[in-house]
Design a protein. Structure first.
Length: 133
């Protein structure tokens, strides 16, 4: 039987981050972007997409280490999302029908940063409200 920590990596709070990561890598590996992508600029898609990745990873890391401060989960979520963005750009540099751009990664990292900061602020506010009650 797997240990508690091994099972935690596949908990409901964690597996959406894994699934989303796989989808980012999948859609980042095909010649065309995701459906409906033409309505937004490339950088806006990167910003939004990696903000969502950061939120999912913040949520996952908060579940995996509930006793850790909210900022730790937020930092880990940001690092996971920004790292995913860097990995995606490196991967796309190897694909003949895709291109890697530093500004794409900057948009990834900024979107992830905003999501991580907002998530940490929400958690801190929720904790303060809970301690007053």
């Amino acid at each position: 039987m797997p240990s508690r920590s091994a099972r935690s990596w596949w908990a409901f709070q964690v597996w959406p981050a894994w699934l989303y990561t796989a989808l980012v890598l999948l859609f980042g590996s095909i010649p065309q972007g995701p459906p409906g992508a033409q309505r937004l600029t490339d950088k806006a898609l990167h910003f939004i997409g990696f903000a969502l990745a950061a939120w999912l990873w913040c949520r996952a890391f908060r579940h995996l280490a509930p006793a850790a401060p909210a900022r730790t989960a937020a930092l880990r979520g940001w690092l996971a999302s920004a790292g995913l963005g860097a990995l995606l750009e490196l991967w796309q540099a190897l694909l003949p029908f895709r291109s890697a751009e530093l500004l794409d990664w900057v948009a990834d990292a900024l979107g992830a940063l905003l999501a991580a900061l907002l998530t940490a602020a929400f958690w801190r506010r929720s904790e303060r409200t809970a301690t007053r009650a």
